[in-house]
Design a protein around this ligand. Structure first.
Ligand code: BGC
Length: 828
């Protein structure tokens, strides 16, 4: 199915090749290991021993299997900045490059990161769909289109596994929003399930043969996904032939018998789970057969054998066959610039002209939001902000910076200006350990505690040290976390009380907003002592011991009108104004959905005002998923930058100065919420009916006859393309395009399939193939794109199978779903 460019083919989503003999030899080791285990050992293996790992079973030569999030880096066992990882751009960005080969390279880098950290399984990729633009976790998924999602996901999985590291394609299935995520019952027709939500999982299983899948928190049509025998055993394993392991999303396993009979292999995290002793007891009491346990153990042992932690089994990728080392910094930068989507570029405002002077503004220009919130968080060793990136490339004196607008109305983790350590004490207030910490965040899970400390001896943790302010004025200090806290700044105790949970999602105590607890007038450059002391208490609803809290801080706030006026004055004095607008952690994160698509704070006002002052205004949108752009027709250029990862500013400088063109095309329709045909994420009485059936994303916009702000597939480069010729049969299409501009470029040739006869139950067209081509000025390229048979099929709910819909189809080739340049008709 891989598109071929004349002269060169690219590795995309194909699984690591293995001989039949190698597989059979591994299976034999797995069977022997399984036969050597007693019931207690088997059931122990199916339960996490802590937050991230399974127990070792020395009797069969099995060492502990370690898992880690995923998907833009490898966080490792620590949830803090002291164990850095490369941070690639958000999954939406990766999808925007429309290049499974690039996703493969991203995967290979992540495998390298995983190996460096002793991680065997990456908890990624997320291949749920962008059903409603309000989904809080969309930055972490690829697209509204199942075909694009499947292609990118297959490339990613194949890449990670080419480095000998497993993946868990998640969250199986229909975890498309966050509201009531643990319990919501998504009511979905079989047709929509097959054609949309299951489709990427199916494609990835078939193309890349993933070694794992993660089953979701939510319920689908009345059955919770960790017990969904029909979808897991019959469809995923039975129909598609998935032979990997199936791990629950964290805390999602709800019952012992239901889960094991429903095909769930591993319950995470531990040590308290529905498996382990509870499962052994259920077998002994005759509630479930040992054969169920054996199937699950076999799947886990197969995984262990594949990644090389089961003695006697050859891993799929031998050490000598590992791919060559990848430069993570360079790849992060390349993915970022290839993901940026230039949606508007009036009068060729970009790239910037040589010797132009630039007035840069926006809080995110200085503190870029490089990644989205929740379990997808990793801690890069460095981040390059747009301000850093542009400072590095523009001549001295050509750049000014003003904040303009700061949407961060809430406190952030105390980092800038803080030098902190954590002092661990026992009940008698004796010091057990003192460790330096990189910022105000403590997240110690399971056995991940400082040397010399155990959960049984630990009574309190004090985060303490100095803070040297950059600015004079009222500084706000706050706390995230549950339990007793004492906050002292410069010798005065401002808070000495207990914080209680406000939400029943236990993860919100980690990801939730900090409570402001002290406002202290401080002078710039005068260091003060700070201390936040916490009496450790186990949060309810988390099955393992956790110490988690945050010292938060906010610099003195300035008058918003004054900030805008400053930015306008700077913009007026420069040739070009560049404004970076962004969402905040409170807008896009795991754990909750969005309530609107507006940019937070006064950012829209800032852009309106700057655009009025300078006709050469370029806006960079730093968000993981769609936001409304009410000023989009007032500015010269709009560049969507996603969450661009650690090299954000370096990649932005490449693209703004024109050393590289922005390579992205929209993987999701961008438009205002009021016009979005599907937006509901709020369940009613615990149920969320997907009443729109197969009409989500562009399928729904087209059916509604509405024009979005920017259509699916749209994105401009720095050159231009003509579409010259199209030829097709029912299995492939050949398109010839010419680079008609003045510089080398890359085009994403997109194929849409449109039934000639109108059928109200099918979308008017859908993506059926794509290929990236590169050409120099004046050069023509011919590309052959295979048409998957599935593109012509629908799920027949009566016969319960796929069925080709015979008839005539127009194959349309173009630059986006709305910019179709060539068409030809075929009959199938
Ligand atoms: C998320 C998963 C993640 C897991 C472990 C869950 O809350 O839904 O995507 O892999 O936590 O961090």
């Amino acid at each position: 199915m891989e598109a071929q460019r004349t002269g060169r083919t690219r590795r995309g989503g194909a699984a690591v090749a293995e001989t039949h003999e190698a597989r059979a030899a591994r299976e034999a080791v797995v069977e022997a290991a399984l036969a050597a285990l007693d019931l207690d050992a088997k059931t122990r293996l199916l339960a996490g021993q802590d937050m991230w790992s399974l127990p070792a079973l020395p009797e069969i030569g099995l060492t502990s299997l370690v898992m880690s999030d995923g998907p833009i880096g490898v966080r490792g066992r620590h949830w803090t900045a002291d164990d850095p990882s490369v941070a690639l751009p958000s999954p939406t960005a990766l999808a925007a490059a429309w290049d499974p080969g690039l996703a493969h390279r991203a995967g290979a880098l992540l495998a390298q990161e995983a190996r460096r950290k002793g991680v065997h399984v990456l908890l990624a990729p997320t291949v749920n769909l962008h059903r409603s633009p309000l989904g809080g976790r969309h930055f972490e998924a690829y697209s509204e289109d199942p075909y694009l999602t499947g292609r990118i996901g297959a490339g990613y999985v194949a890449g990670v596994q080419s480095g000998g590291v497993g993946t868990t394609v998640k969250h199986f299935v229909a975890n498309d929003a966050e509201t009531e995520r643990f319990t919501v019952n998504n009511l979905i027709s079989q047709r929509a399930l097959r054609e949309l939500y299951l489709a990427p999982f199916e494609a990835i299983v078939q193309q890349a043969r993933p070694w794992g899948v993660m089953t979701a928190y939510n319920t689908v049509n009345g059955t919770t996904m960790t017990e969904h025998r029909r979808l897991v055993n019959d469809v995923l394993r039975g129909e598609w032939g998935f032979d990997g392991f199936n791990v629950s999303d964290w805390t999602a396993a709800r019952s012992t018998v239901g889960a094991v009979e429903g095909g769930l292999d591993v319950a995470m995290p531990g040590p308290k789970t529905v498996y382990g002793k509870a499962l052994a007891r259920a077998v002994r009491e005759g509630e479930v057969t040992e054969a169920h346990v054996d199937s699950a153990v076999r799947n886990v042992l197969r995984l262990a054998a594949r990644v090389g932690v089961l003695a006697g089994a050859e891993p799929v990728v031998a050490r000598a066959e590992l791919p060559p080392p990848v430069d993570g910094t360079a790849l992060a930068r390349e993915i970022a610039r290839r993901s940026f989507v230039l949606v508007r570029n009036e009068g060729a405002a970009l790239p910037l002209k040589p010797r132009t002077t630039v007035a840069l503004s926006g809080a995110a220009a200085r503190d870029a939001r490089v990644l989205g919130g929740g379990s997808a968080t990793v801690f890069p060793a460095r981040t390059v902000s747009p301000l850093d990136g542009l400072t590095a490339v523009l001549p001295e004196g050509a750049l000014t910076y003003t904040v303009g607008a700061d949407p961060n109305t809430e406190l952030g983790v105390a980092d800038q200006g803080f030098t902190l350590r954590a002092i661990c004490r026992d009940t008698a207030d004796r010091v057990l350990a003192t460790v330096p910490v990189p910022d105000g965040q403590i997240k110690w899970m399971g056995s991940d505690l400082p040397e010399g400390v155990t959960h049984d001896t630990l009574h309190s943790v004090e985060l303490t040290g100095t803070f040297t302010p950059r600015a004079t004025g009222p500084h706000t200090f706050g706390i995230t976390g549950i339990g007793a806290f004492t906050l002292t700044v410069d010798g005065t105790a401002y808070y000495d009380d207990v914080q209680r949970p406000v939400e029943d999602d236990p993860f919100i105590s980690f990801f939730g907003a900090p409570e402001p607890r002290a406002v202290v007038e401080l002078a710039a450059d005068r260091p003060v002592e700070v201390s936040l002391r916490h009496t450790v208490a186990q949060p309810v609803g988390i099955p393992l011991r956790v110490v988690g809290f945050t010292l938060a801080h906010q610099v003195p706030r300035r008058d918003p009108d004054e900030l805008i006026a400053e930015a306008v004055a700077a913009a007026r004095a420069a040739d070009t104004a560049v404004v970076v607008v962004a969402t905040t952690e409170r807008v896009e994160s795991e754990g909750y959905d969005r309530t609107d698509l507006r940019l937070p704070g006064r950012q829209d006002d800032l852009v309106h005002a700057v655009a009025a002052a300078n006709p050469n205004t370029v806006v960079i949108v730093n968000s993981g998923s769609p936001v409304e752009l009410p000023w989009r027709e007032e500015v010269a250029a709009v560049l969507l930058g996603w969450f661009p990862g650690q090299e954000a500013g370096a990649a932005l400088a490449d693209v703004l100065t024109g050393t590289h063109e922005p390579g992205g095309r929209l993987p999701t329709t961008w438009g205002p919420l009021a016009a979005a045909p599907v937006s509901r994420v709020l369940p009613e009485n615990g149920e969320l009916p997907y009443t729109e059936g197969v009409f989500i994303g562009y399928r729904a916009w087209e059916r509604a006859g509405r024009t979005p702000s920017y259509p699916f597939g749209h994105g401009l480069g720095y050159t231009d393309w003509t579409y010259d010729d199209i030829k097709a049969d029912s299995s492939s299409v050949t398109v010839r395009v010419t680079n008609s501009g003045a510089r080398h470029g890359r085009e994403v040739v997109q194929l849409y399939l449109a039934p000639t006869a109108h059928d109200p139950e099918r979308p008017s067209r859908w993506l059926a193939g794509f290929a990236g081509v590169e050409a120099g000025p004046g050069e023509s390229v011919e590309v052959r794109i295979e048409l998957p048979r599935r593109s012509f099929e629908i799920w027949d709910e009566t016969a319960n199978r796929w069925a080709v819909v015979k008839g005539s189809y127009e194959i349309q080739a173009g630059r986006s779903i709305a910019d179709r340049r060539l068409a030809t008709t075929i009959n199938v």
